[in-house]
Design a protein around this ligand. Structure first.
Ligand SMILES: [Cu+2]
Ligand SMILES: [Zn+2]
Length: 198
């Protein structure tokens, strides 16, 4: 080793970070930086529990005894709603998604109007024009039960976008939706309401 190199070694000891490169052949190699502790990769679904799902529990309004349960879930680019209703009066009943997630009023009026982010006219589901919340009519069976199922690419769950169903509400009405009267479908009072939560 040359004298210069010895100096270099000495300096390296003192400052602990001096490179020996340039002192001729050396078997010493720079230690690789310590490997980052690899976090175990959790599956997407486990990372965000409940992502792509939302629920609503419908409670009686306007003196009715109507209850119900709504479940929304995402599959690919589509959202499916599965709605069950109990204790319905006989007949046909409109069901809508309303714009506010607020069922606090005794008559359900706190839920506001039909959810209509696109500014369309009221109508029948999938028959232009229609509100994003115009789910249609449900007919009560002899036990007072009703059901509705919709699969659509028009909604999202928990995205915060204009088409996000979270934070809205589901309303069941006393009467049928005529699909024509603006902007309500002339569906009568609100007999059940449930806030859609993500
Ligand atoms: Cu309504
Ligand atoms: Zn409507």
């Amino acid at each position: 080793m040359s004298k210069r190199c010895w100096i270099a070694v000495g300096s390296a000891v003192m400052i602990s970070m001096f490179s020996l490169t340039g002192c001729g052949p050396s078997t010493e190699e720079t230690a690789p930086p310590p490997e980052e502790e690899a976090e175990p990769q959790a599956p997407e679904a486990a990372a965000k529990p409940g992502a792509g799902e939302a629920l609503a529990e419908l409670a009686p309004k306007s003196g009715s005894e109507v209850t119900g349960q709504a479940a929304f879930f995402t599959e690919g680019d589509k959202v499916t709603l599965s709605l069950s209703i109990q204790n319905l009066p006989p007949g046909v009943h409109a069901v809508h998604i309303h714009e506010h997630g607020d069922c606090s009023a005794e008559d359900g009026s706190s839920a506001g109007g039909h959810w209509n982010p696109m500014g369309h006219d009221h109508g029948k589901w999938n028959q232009t024009p229609f509100h994003m919340g115009d789910l249609g009519n449900v007919t009560a069976d002899e036990y007072g039960n009703g059901a509705l199922s919709i699969t659509t690419s028009l909604w999202t769950i928990g995205t915060g976008q204009a088409d996000d169903i979270v934070g809205k509400s589901i309303i069941v009405h006393a009467s049928a939706d005529d699909y024509v009267t603006q902007p309500t479908g002339n569906a009568g009072g609100r007999i059940a309401c449930g806030v859609i939560g993500g």
